[in-house]
Write a protein that binds this ligand. Structure first.
Ligand code: ADP
Ligand code: MG
Length: 257
């Protein structure tokens, strides 16, 4: 039998908080799993929102991504299988100290890449949920990934920082990871009734010279309800507009990955 292909690794990054990075990782992950893919999600945010929203309690988790990045634990030993049919490398508050520890290490940007390497043939897709910063953890994500998706709400102020993120991506590509490409901007929290939102959506691709993933993810209250039960909106509101949009974006991505 031919050896299995290595997983595609995609980082969802934007140093602004509240742009739906975590929601998109959970929802796209569930959509890929529904499509029969083997999915690994990695929570790289000390706030551990992805971990919590997949039904794992970050306060009592035995081993987390912190143990992998700082303690040298095998990533496979930390993986948990979640109800949404995805595997998770959970985070914990301890990860807040990881930046400082890693800063003093040689090759500190390559720690996650090395940790993921042994499991890459066990998955089709790996999604990395970045924290709202451009620190060492996000550099690790961008170094391990082949692609980066930039979730961005369709509001003018959401542009702030995207240029800086793209500069960082360009630097990483030059110095740390030649394979890195921006897959595209993922428009989130989209209110189709707002003229302003529609104008921002029309302008954003040209402004940054990047593909815009489609369809935009509609703003709906369903997303706030899902994490409380430890499932993504694809399970809690199966045929809602939001779930349908994420499935369509996932299907489009699967054709390109
Ligand atoms: P980030 O990871 O970028 O900080 P989150 O995914 O945690 O962002 O989302 C921030 C907040 O916005 C959360 O409360 C989440 O439930 C909510 N949210 C995300 N996407 C949507 C959406 N499409 N409609 C309504 N609320 C959303
Ligand atoms: Mg988040």
């Amino acid at each position: 039998m031919a050896p299995k292909r290595k997983a595609r690794i995609i980082a969802l990054a934007n140093q602004k908080g509240g742009v739906a990075k975590t929601t998109s990782v959970a929802s796209l992950g569930a959509a890929f799993a529904e499509a029969g893919k083997r999915v690994l999600l990695v929570d790289l945010d000390p706030q551990a929102c992805l971990t919590f929203s997949l039904g794992v309690d970050p306060d009592t988790v035995e081993a987390s991504v912190h143990d992998v990045l700082v303690g040298g634990a095998d990533l496979a030993d930390v993986v948990q299988t979640c109800a949404d049919g995805v595997d998770l490398v959970p985070s914990s508050i301890e990860l807040a100290g990881a930046e400082a520890v890693l800063l003093g290490r040689p090759a500190r940007e390559y720690v996650l890449q090395s940790a993921l390497d042994p499991v890459r043939r066990d998955y089709d897709v790996v999604l990395l949920d970045c924290s709202p910063s451009l620190g060492v953890l996000t550099l690790n994500a961008l170094t391990a990934a082949q692609g980066v998706i930039v979730p961005m709400p369709c509001e003018m102020l959401s542009h702030r920082g995207v240029g800086q993120l793209l500069d960082t991506v360009a630097d990483v590509k030059k110095i740390l990871n030649k394979k890195l490409e921006v897959v595209g901007i993922l428009p989130t929290l989209y209110d189709g009734r707002s003229t302003h939102a529609r104008e921002v959506l029309e302008d954003v691709g040209e402004r940054y010279g990047l593909p815009v993933l489609s369809p935009p993810i509609p703003k709906t209250v369903r997303f706030a309800e899902a994490p409380a039960v430890g499932r993504s909106i694809l399970a809690t509101a199966r045929s809602s507009k939001g779930a349908t949009a994420y499935r369509e974006v996932a299907a489009g991505l699967l054709q390109r990955l």
